[in-house]
Write a protein that binds this ligand. Structure first.
Ligand code: SAM
Length: 236
């Protein structure tokens, strides 16, 4: 299977009750608004949001993901753009009302660019919580040397600190959701894919299998609790 299909599977297993999307919808008004979904992936959030907004730009630098989204999501007000966000925003002339950054890469430069373009709009950030059950499970599997782990944690903490420094926090919430896999085999495959894709690590199938026993449900599904942090920000 290709990268985009694996990416889409990962999105399918994540947050089956759409708590994350509901939180986004509950806390902002989308009617008549222009949204920029920064690093949209396959358009997991851009597509449902386009039901409520005037227009959604789903911008991702990965051609495979935008091509995939192009095949499955057809909507006149959903514009899929295969560009780096930094390049898109340089040429964009339209006022963006809401910037959305979910499961981001940690670039402080990106934050400065968003701040520069925000005016009186909103900036929504969704970021995973490493202290969640899911985050802890990954930390166990990654098995990094302490210094490497600390360095990564610091990069993320620095990013969150600059977020709070550069913007005004209007809302902050922790959302408890879960990953729900149809069976253990799918759970192992997806976790192996995640480890490889995001951390460049070859995971150990039997180690993952043992850990997953704890999360096995009666119906043979595997459910792992995850937490994400939601920020609604404004210009300071
Ligand atoms: C972890 S994924 C999150 C996808 C999506 N936001 C979601 O929540 O499902 C991060 C995405 O950011 C994209 N990305 C990384 N750097 C980028 C950049 N400079 N401009 C646009 N997209 C970028 C990657 O290709 C990837 O699809």
């Amino acid at each position: 299977m290709g990268y985009a299909q694996d990416f889409a599977k990962d999105c399918d297993y994540y947050d089956p009750n759409r708590k994350e999307l509901n939180c986004i919808l509950r806390n902002s008004k989308f009617k008549g608004k222009i949204i920029a979904d920064i690093g949209s992936g396959i358009g997991r959030l851009s597509y449902p949001l386009s039901r409520y907004a005037k227009r959604v730009y789903a911008i991702d630098s990965d051609k495979r993901l935008i091509n995939y989204a192009n095949k499955i999501f057809k909507k006149n007000n959903l514009i899929l753009i295969n560009k780096k966000f930094e390049d898109f925003i340089k040429r964009n002339k339209e006022k963006i009302d809401i910037f959305l950054l979910s499961w981001p890469w940690y670039s402080k430069r990106l934050l400065r660019i968003i701040k520069h373009n925000l005016d009186n709009g909103e900036f929504i950030v969704i970021i995973n919580d490493d202290n969640s059950e899911f985050g802890k499970l990954y930390n166990k599997l990654i098995n990094w040397k302490e210094t490497k782990k600390r360095k990564r944690e610091k990069i993320k903490q620095d990013f969150i600190l600059s977020l709070k420094r550069e913007f005004l926090v209007k809302k902050f919430k922790k959302i408890s959701l879960s990953y729900l896999y149809p069976n253990k085999r799918e759970a192992i495959n997806n976790i192996l894919w995640n480890l490889k894709t995001w951390f460049n690590i070859n995971g150990n199938r039997s180690q993952i299998s043992n850990i997953l026993e704890k999360y096995r449900r009666r119906d043979a599904k595997i459910e792992i609790p995850e937490k994400v942090i939601y920020f609604k920000l404004k210009k300071k």
